[in-house]
Design a protein around this ligand. Structure first.
Ligand code: PNS
Length: 166
């Protein structure tokens, strides 16, 4: 049987436990998952793409079923280059829907061979996002338990207010 491969794209700035949860769920459906960090020159990031790749690899403990890579340009082109035809995205609350709907339809317009599959993020992670985690950490609010340990540690290097958070 052919290997079932999917691409899980995102900014992952930084990866959260919500993302990790989604990766675990996707691995129940697919044999191999390519976690794809987007180079987005229009978005200012806290962690460089190289830092994000390293953090994700550590957080996932080098799971052999997961490949962590970055990509530039169109997502559908990257998906095709990888020999895949499925994009996996996570859905939290209703607020994600409009953006995801728009992106899915645009991706479909760009390449009809590529489908998007949505998995629901575990309810424990419904209120978290990389953005809100960065905001809390920047003011010294603990995000421990919401992100992998490596992210908790690396946030200390980025935010002086976070340095002494146990
Ligand atoms: O985690 P994010 O920021 O919601 O991820 C968004 C991402 C990286 C999946 C999206 O911005 C993307 O696919 N970027 C690559 C360019 C592209 O193909 N855009 C969609 C069609 S125009």
């Amino acid at each position: 049987m052919n290997e079932r491969i999917a691409v899980y794209p995102g900014s992952f700035d930084p990866i959260t436990n919500g993302h990790v949860n989604l990766i675990e769920r996707a691995l129940h459906v697919f044999d191999k998952l390519i976690v794809a960090v987007a180079h987005n020159p229009n978005k200012s990031a806290l962690f460089s793409v190289e830092e994000r790749l390293e953090i994700i690899r550590i957080a996932l403990k080098n799971d052999p079923r997961v490949v962590v890579n970055s990509f530039q340009g169109l997502l559908v082109d990257f998906v095709a280059q990888q020999g895949a035809n499925v994009i996996v995205r996570g859905l939290r609350a209703l607020s994600d829907f409009e953006y995801e709907f728009q992106m899915t339809l645009m991706n479909r317009k760009l390449n009809r061979q590529v489908d998007t599959m949505f998995l629901m993020t575990g309810y424990k992670w419904f209120y978290t996002s990389s953005k809100i985690i960065k905001e809390a950490a920047s003011f010294g609010g603990s995000v421990r338990g919401l992100v992998p340990e490596i992210v908790h540690e690396r946030l200390k290097e980025k935010f002086p207010a976070y340095r002494n958070v146990p």
